[in-house]
Design a protein around this ligand. Structure first.
Ligand code: ZN
Length: 287
């Protein structure tokens, strides 16, 4: 199942493009893109049934064009967790040791945005971080490694945009604030349910500048703390709520670790992809 947020309405991918869920379900689900997370199991079974029905083939797809607004597939998560230093190659380029515990911070919710949405660059040094984002599908407290995947609704593509100056200024690093300017958490375009993957723990991910060089390219199997481990450790402390997001860290190739350093500039178009999920495109513009 593949969901998206088009013009602030929940859609699912059907045989003829995206289908408006509120119309197709006659008001049972949607139109709020956040709504399926309230009862993911019921939504999943309705979707499977509807997509297999002759009705799905007869329902015309929602048309999309340049004026379409792609919102984040999860627009109002209660909590957003993010993890630093979670790929071995990124730890090496940062000249740091492999951590014994995940380095956890948050991205504040107002930083969320969608596919094809311009990001206004604030003053400072804005860096890219391609990331796999896990979406929690049901209440989760004290998960085990064995049952952790059962709490995940699906996966999406994210960018953990980071203003490095603010991130590293102060008596202690301010990861949460330096990574939470408006637009600093692009997400999407689709949320893909876990049953769509042969191995959701081993996906190629990366990002590049449109018409330019590949900046990052790795596999999610290179994570130090994989998704089951992150869910186990986070939920040992905080109950995870349906719709919560976990930004799972970025591989090598960030601009701040390059010689010379390289950061985003107005006119750049950042293209981020993950195998089996999709491609997220965000133009960078002046403030
Ligand atoms: Zn990150």
């Amino acid at each position: 199942m593949r969901l998206a947020n088009i013009n602030q309405r929940l859609v699912i991918k059907g045989p003829q493009g995206y289908l408006d869920v509120a119309e197709a379900s006659q008001g049972r689900f949607g139109p709020d893109p956040q709504s399926p997370l309230a009862d993911w199991a019921a939504f999943s079974s309705w979707t499977a049934e509807f997509l297999a029905s002759p009705e799905a083939a007869k329902t015309p797809g929602v048309s999309t064009d340049a004026a379409t607004v792609w919102g984040p597939p999860v627009p109002r998560p209660a909590q957003i967790f993010a993890v630093g230093l979670n790929y071995r190659d990124h730890i090496a380029e940062s000249k740091l040791e492999v951590p014994a515990e995940p380095a956890v911070f948050t991205k504040f919710r107002t930083s969320l945005t969608g596919h094809e949405t311009a990001v206004a660059l604030p003053d400072g040094l804005v860096d890219w971080e391609a990331e796999l984002v896990a979406v929690i599908g049901r209440h989760c407290h004290r998960a085990t490694r064995e049952n952790a995947w059962s709490y995940v609704a699906g996966l999406t593509v994210g960018q953990d945009l980071s203003e490095r100056r603010l991130q590293l200024t102060g008596p202690a690093p301010q990861f949460s604030l330096g990574k939470s300017y408006p637009g600093f958490a692009p997400l999407g375009p689709e949320l893909v349910s876990t049953d769509e993957f042969t191995d959701p723990g081993d996906l190629e991910l990366g990002c590049k500048l449109e018409g330019g060089e590949v900046l990052q390219k790795s596999r999610t199997s290179e994570m130090v703390f994989d998704i089951p481990e992150l869910i186990t450790r986070l939920s040992a402390v905080c109950p995870l709520l349906p719709g919560d997001l976990i930004f799972t860290g970025t591989p090598a190739g960030v601009g701040g670790a390059r010689t010379p350093q390289k950061f985003l500039a107005p006119g750049d178009v950042l293209v981020t992809w993950i195998e089996g999920i999709g491609t997220l495109r965000n133009p960078m513009v002046a403030p």
